[in-house]
Design a protein around this ligand. Structure first.
Ligand code: HEM
Length: 364
């Protein structure tokens, strides 16, 4: 079976995790909707981080590396996330641990082929995912969030930022920029480890590292040039640049979180990073990655700005709700976040259909 055909069902499972993650997140934020299982709300973080984002990253890497064993990574993480919902036993977390270990091995292969700072950052990111998942498995069914969440965050942030570092190399970065990037990445991981012993000090260090990474990306990423271009390039930059600002805000919230400046700082910190940064990156990269992974055209459409703007508007509302401790603002903001994500799936599906129809009607 060709790689594109394997990628199809795996991406489908990643999107299923996303939909279940949105549903459980909205139940968790207080919308009085039915739960699939009594522990459904607890599955939200793993569904989003591992079932959706982790599977997506693993499919992309498995296709890029072209080794059949690589597909075990997304297959295990997608299966683990769904088993977690269906059977609240340690089997789901175990499958996710194994999937993350296969992804780390994939990045090991990539590092051997391309030994450069961006692949070092991405391998570090994959390794932090394994650590976070092992910590989660060891405390399952409880989720010791403080111990685990920074490792999960390190995973997505380092892999995505590492990809941006890779893409920005065409600009000939000034000397020392690579080193500064790696120092910030390392500081985030050291902070995550330190947080196990001293949550306040570890959070300050990791939060400052996120602020530094945000400043680095705003200063050096190629997006600051692409924003002056047109159509697809401009849309990608318009998704990336606010994402970097959200990353900085998330870092600020993380750095001050131990002082508990407002009761809902945890929600604001998590989702400034996971929705503001991570989902913006996915909206931007989807237009390049999906065609490469699926072998299908995904033409740029101006209406993609709809789901992008709604994501930022909903998140801004939610974070204002968190800061002023307003449950209705937080809940409506979260609902808009969910709608933006579903809208993104629908927009992508429509654009792929149109792209295929255009390709068929174009004479060879
Ligand atoms: C519609 C979008 C989303 C909604 C409604 C939502 C809702 C929530 C809520 C209410 C919490 C608990 C926060 C608290 O205890 O103060 C939470 C935690 C969390 N969320 Fe989200 N979220 C969404 C999107 C995401 C995304 C896209 C990710 C990751 C890519 C994510 C990852 C997490 C993680 C890791 C936690 C912590 C795990 C835990 O405490 O169990 N969320 N989310």
């Amino acid at each position: 079976m060709g790689s594109h055909r394997l990628a199809f069902p795996l991406l489908g499972l990643a999107f299923l995790s996303l939909v279940l993650g949105i549903w459980s997140g909205l139940v968790r934020v207080g919308w009085p909707w039915p739960s699939l299982t009594p522990d459904f709300w607890l599955a939200h973080g793993p569904l989003m981080v591992s079932g959706f984002v982790g599977t997506l990253i693993a499919v992309e890497r498995a296709v890029a590396i072209g080794r059949r064993w690589g597909y075990a990574a997304p297959a295990l993480t997608a299966a683990g996330a769904l088993v977690l919902v269906a059977v609240p036993l340690w089997l789901g977390p175990l499958l996710i641990v194994l999937g993350s270990a296969v992804l780390a091995a994939l990045f090991g292969v990539i590092l051997r082929r391309q030994p450069n700072p961006s692949t070092v950052a991405m391998l570090l990111g994959a390794a932090t995912w394994v650590v976070g998942n092992l910590l989660w498995l060891s405390s399952y069914p409880d989720l010791d969030v403080d111990a685990v969440v920074l490792w999960w965050m390190a995973f997505v942030v380092l892999i995505i930022a590492g990809e941006r570092l890779e893409l920005s190399r065409v600009l000939r970065l000034p000397r020392g920029a690579d080193v500064a990037f790696l120092l910030l990445a390392d500081a985030f991981v050291v902070g995550a480890a330190w947080a196990a012993f001293d949550l306040g000090a570890g959070s300050v260090l990791s939060g400052m590292a996120l602020l530094g990474l945000s400043a680095w990306l705003l200063r050096f990423d190629i997006a600051r040039i692409q924003i002056r271009q047109k159509e697809l390039s401009r849309f990608i930059a318009a998704a990336l640049l606010p994402g970097y600002a959200w990353l900085g805000l998330g870092g600020l919230f993380l750095a001050v979180s131990a002082l508990a400046p407002f009761p809902l700082v945890y929600d604001a910190m998590l989702h400034a990073v996971f929705l503001g940064f991570v989902i913006s990156m996915i909206f931007a990269h989807a237009l390049i990655i999906f065609p490469a992974v699926l072998g299908l055209p995904l033409p740029y459409r101006r209406w993609f700005y709809g789901h992008l703007l709604l994501l930022h508007a909903g998140l801004a509302l939610r974070i204002v709700g968190d800061v002023v401790t307003s449950e209705p603002l937080r809940q409506w903001g979260a609902l808009l976040n969910g709608v933006a994500l579903v809208w993104f799936l629908v927009d992508t599906g429509i654009a792929v259909r149109q792209g295929r129809a255009e390709a068929l009607s174009t004479p060879a």
